[in-house]
Design a binder for this molecule. Sequence first.
Ligand code: ADP
Ligand code: MG
Length: 483
Amino acid sequence: MSLEDMKEKYEMVIGLEVHAQLKTNTKIFAPDGAEFGREPNTQTSAITLGMPGVLPVLNKEAVRMGILTGLALNSQIPNRCKFDRKQYFYPDLPKGYQISQFDEPICVGGWVQISNKKIGITRAHLEEDAGKLVHAGAAGLYGSSYSLVDLNRAGTPLLEIVSEPDMRSSDEAREYVEQLRNILRYIGVCDGNLEEGSMRADANVSVRIKGQKEFGTRAEIKNVNSFRALQRAIEYEFVRQTEILEEGGEVVQETRLWDDNSGTTSSMRGKEDAHDYRYFPEPDLMPLEISREWIEEIKKSMPELPGQKIERYMGLGLSEYDANVLVNQMDTALFFDEALKLGVNPKVASNFLSGEIAAYLKEEKTAINDTKLSVQNFAKLLKLLDKGTISNNIAKQLVVEILKTGEDAAELVEKKGLSVVSDTSALEEVARKIIEANPEQVAAYKGGRDKLFGFFVGQAMKETKGRANPKLLNEIIKKELEK
Ligand code: ADP
Ligand code: MG
């Protein structure tokens, strides 16, 4: 069966579980640092190591971030939630259980808007992360002769955000994760870095014949750590499951592992049901009561969300596309906001940010805050452009130079003599020179090839190194050609 026929007959159903690492300074139940990339096993207190007799203490900041996220995702924040033990055996989980939330999570319900619909949020719950196994032996990854345990990550706060099975294509899944990531970044609770694992998405995928009401049996795909991997894994699962159904087989509920090199998923373990984990209320932590006052306080501190930003930018005259481009680069959008405060023209500023500046950042693999371009200097440059002191082309060249050197825009224009030439006699001289140098083109133009006009303007611009006042130059060339 061809892929086209499969998509004609079957529909995929996707629900995502996203683990967001919360950017707290310390761990969720212990005072050790939660910073990424430290020397292995240096952020490992007795609590993190699961020593007998230690007691977890809940990190208030993790709870605040959980509530803030819930409010941003349109969730309900019940006034009570509690923690539960979820039993596992993993070499990187010394306690033998994970403190998580089961039946009374911190956030209930909600939704995330993507371009064509709302994706429902089932719930979001707080939990602790496990450590990390480093398969270090000579043969590499799974053929490794030995593995090392790094417990720095153990006890790092996670918010697991569970979606409803509302997505119907890998594009929708991607868009959902992108929107969710944007929200988490703007509210300052998570870096949203899929590659580094500060945000991880598990994809639940099932397949059903179009028009069928019931969902098919799902497989949960782990180990997708880029947007490309997420989409490829979903597409692969769709084909794998469809082929099983077409052959009259049954899809088994299981956890599968994505392998980015081979582009396939393979069975990792049969899917456990909740009762297999023997959840029970964590006896070392009291149920948590969250006051309405605190929720209100957190609500008041909510920064502008990406969707609101896009609308505001469109209100300033930006196209929906341009507004999206800006908002998808948070640092650049915040830079833009600062520039607006200094009175720059929104459309012009947005063009520079999404054009020359974005190209430079991409090329240099850097972020705007790591360049030498200050908001003040950017605004200064745009004012020189706005006043007609410099041409658009010159401004575009200068912005790239300033990104690298940080030189003052006004001083640079002065030093390099880049201000616009609006001197009529100087431009007349240039026009005459160009006309004299190109007799054939002049003859053709006069013979009716109007399009050649642009050629003369181009030559004259070149001659003035882009500094000619374009309107004046056009007039003068026209006049000179009519002579
Ligand atoms: P578990 O921990 O057992 O994976 P969760 O409730 O945490 O269960 O997550 C289940 C996820 O699977 C949710 O995102 C949900 O939307 C999704 N899901 C449930 N049923 C299906 C299905 N038939 N097809 C695709 N996704 C599904
Ligand atoms: Mg799950």
